[in-house]
Write a protein that binds this ligand. Sequence first.
Ligand SMILES: [Zn+2]
Length: 331
Amino acid sequence: MSLTFIYSRIISKDIKRTFEVSYIHMALKIIIRILLFTIRYTLSMYIIKYFFLISLFFLNLFGQTIDLKFLSKTVKNANVLLVTAESTQDLKLFALLKDKKIAFNIHPFKKNIFYALVPFHYFLEEKQHQLIINYTLNGKDFFEGFQINLIEDDYLSEDIKVSSSKVSLSQANKKRTSKEYKEAITIYNAVSSENYWFDDFVFPLNSTVTSPFGTKRIYNNITKSYHTGIDFKAPLNSKIKASNNGIVKLSKSRFYAGNSIIIDHGHGVFTCYFHLNKMFVKVGDFVQKGDIIGLSGNTGRSTGPHLHFATFVNGIQINPVNLLQTLNSLN
Ligand SMILES: [Zn+2]
């Protein structure tokens, strides 16, 4: 064995060993780096998280003068959501739902309380809706967001065999119904900042319900319309009472609803009495709760004498049972 051979063996062994050592070294380095990175990342995440929490805390310190309360965070369709806000200051408060802006009003019965009736339309999509409460405090605008879960109420449904489009109207009646529709919409959207009632709302007569609110009218598996009020059993000429104090905004004969009365109770609340035989009040009259405003009948598109009672809040049709319950809960 030559010396050079032995020498080269030793060198190659050494090189091998050096390689092995550097591999372990590299692996260790990588592990340490990963560990350091994880620690740094977690730490910075904690710092960011607490920074946000602390800044939110300080932001809220300036905004917490208002105590917002929700009757519930889950609402059924064609129902109203009651939101109250407590403040000793005179505030401009609004609830924003989709493209609708609902003003808060001064609570009719409680001091330092503002309230809003947020209406959820019958056909509004069943999902989480973002409700924004906007108010101005000390010259600053505040926006607070809340998630409201809209679910479908268990309304009845009926299948309609004939397509709605097949119920044909003459040109004159089409013009008339569209004019009457627009007239009513204008009334329901004219929200008064005053309220005229100081007591519980009542149903316009003591009688059995022959058809509840909300029954879905299904044409070819598609809900095209729904029953927009409560039908009360009412033999011809039954006395119809005003649900509460208010100003008469409509009192006339209409194509579908027949002799109709609409009362504005203020704060965006309206009650409607349809298919009447006689009307005892005219537009502009101030009526008191319980006043006999007319007699029931069978006028307009009606299949027999009954009273169709409907309610609106801030321009949206609401289940009268739910609305009267909500309004009476204020007292
Ligand atoms: Zn009806």
